[in-house]
Design a protein around this ligand. Structure first.
Ligand code: PMP
Length: 428
């Protein structure tokens, strides 16, 4: 495939945008080469500026659960846009989507909408600190909760891809309040809690990790965190920015039957528009301004276009909840096909999968935490990435990312993908 115009556009972009991109992972720095510039997308496919059609396994990093330019979402946005794009005043649709979200997700009474996953997590932590009147937080190495200062401590996703899991610009004062634990290691969390008695406000976790590839929680891990939180008056924050409205209607809380105190959302909840949200039981949410003292705000929060897209998306997921099963089955089919193709050519690999999230690691050991995720062979991954791209299949340009499966993918698309893996496996 030819990507000439994309390369030209990338050169132009670099003159006026740092690195030519508005979010680092897009730049292909980890895999080499120039990024693809998208012209448009429909269903499971991207159409780039060179006229190539690509099968999309990123899906805007998760939100396009029903495919790109899904008609009910597009219609909802277009109709709303005709009536004004922002008011900075309350609108009825905010209550509608809030009611729906609260009815779909367990253990939440109230929800507040923001503009990104970063804002959602940042606000959730402030709320947890305000509620518990404690300062420190525990996060896990390799988990990503957005780019707010407190989270750029051993962060996953682009932060680790670009070698800055601890970003310059984060003050020591901020960094000292973020305590770092190993994912899937309950003993480590317990040690940290014991050496910081009565100081920890919350534990924030991706309950199924997606930012060091996909890493499921080992049996008992989330249950153990819940018990530790209960025993030490710590709030448990599930960052469901990736998993919310994807792994189940009610996210990981529903999937594994574990209760979180605060849940954060992004991606699917905005139907592809800039939306995030955080939610909790009433007692906690009532600490937020204007009811309580914890300040949090946003000019564009609850923006009508974003709410319209989100409402159209959640309505469809609510009414047709067999979508979750359907995308999980497609993911399982893909998993089996890719594994078979790699085994046939004796390529050392590990595939992790939960529901419609999947990642391929070129590593022989189980990938259960940040350290084991980092053991993967990056040279093999680069070859894999470019081999797939040359055959018109677009996966995340970093080994530390997850593939997101959409309902728009057909079994024929999946077979094409598996065939592409077979074709390149020999040269990995
Ligand atoms: N939390 C998680 C689990 C994420 O995956 C992301 C983004 N990939 C964020 C938070 C931040 O969301 P945003 O990029 O919308 O700020």
């Amino acid at each position: 495939m030819i990507y000439k115009r994309s390369s030209t556009l990338f050169r132009e972009a670099q003159k006026v945008i740092p690195g030519g991109v508005n979010s680092p992972v897009r730049a292909f720095k980890a895999v080499g080469g120039d990024p693809i510039f998208v012209k448009e997308a429909k269903g499971a496919y991207l159409y780039d500026e060179d006229g190539n059609r690509l099968i999309d396994y990123i899906n805007s990093w998760g939100p396009m659960i029903l495919g790109h330019a899904h008609q009910p979402v597009v219609d909802a946005v277009v109709e709303k846009a005709k009536k004004g794009t922002s008011f900075g005043m309350p609108t009825e649709i905010e209550t509608k989507i809030a009611e729906l979200a609260v009815s779909m997700v367990p253990n939440i009474d109230k929800i507040r909408f923001v503009n990104s996953g970063t804002e959602a997590c940042m606000s959730a932590v402030r709320l947890a600190r305000g509620f518990t009147k404690k300062d420190k937080i525990i996060k896990f190495a390799g988990c990503y909760h957005g780019h707010s200062d407190s989270f750029l401590i051993q962060a996953g996703s682009g932060a680790v891809t670009f070698g800055s899991p601890n970003s310059p610009g984060v003050t020591e004062g901020t960094a000292k309040d973020t305590l770092l634990a190993r994912y899937n290691d309950l003993g480590n969390v317990e040690e940290i809690i014991n050496s910081n008695k009565n100081e920890i406000a919350c534990i924030i976790i991706e309950p199924v990790a997606g930012n060091m590839g996909c890493i499921p929680p080992v049996k008992g891990f989330l249950e153990g965190l819940r018990s530790l939180c209960d025993a030490h008056n710590i709030l448990l924050i599930f960052d469901e920015v990736m998993t919310g409205f994807r792994l189940a209607k009610g996210g990981v809380q529903e999937l594994y039957g574990i209760k979180a105190d605060i849940v954060t959302f992004g991606k699917v909840i905005g139907g592809g528009l800039p939306v995030g949200a955080f939610a909790a039981r009433e007692e906690i949410m009532n600490h937020l301004a204007p009811l309580g003292p914890v300040y949090q705000a946003g000019t564009l929060s609850g923006n009508p276009l974003a709410m319209a897209a989100g409402l159209a998306m959640l309505t469809e997921l609510h009414e047709n909840s067999n979508i979750f099963d359907s995308i999980a089955k497609k993911t399982e089919y893909l998993h089996e096909g890719i594994a078979k193709a790699l085994i046939e050519k004796n390529i050392v690999h590990t595939i992790n999968r939960v529901g419609s999230m999947i990642s391929v690691h070129f590593s022989e050991n189980p990938v259960i935490d940040f350290e084991s995720a980092a053991e993967g062979n990056n040279d093999t991954f680069k070859k894999f990435f470019h081999g797939m791209l040359n055959q018109g299949i677009y996966i995340a340009p970093s080994a530390f990312e997850t593939w997101f499966i959409t309902e728009a993918l057909t079994y024929e698309d999946l077979d094409t993908t598996i065939k592409a893996v077979s074709a390149i496996a020999e040269n990995l």
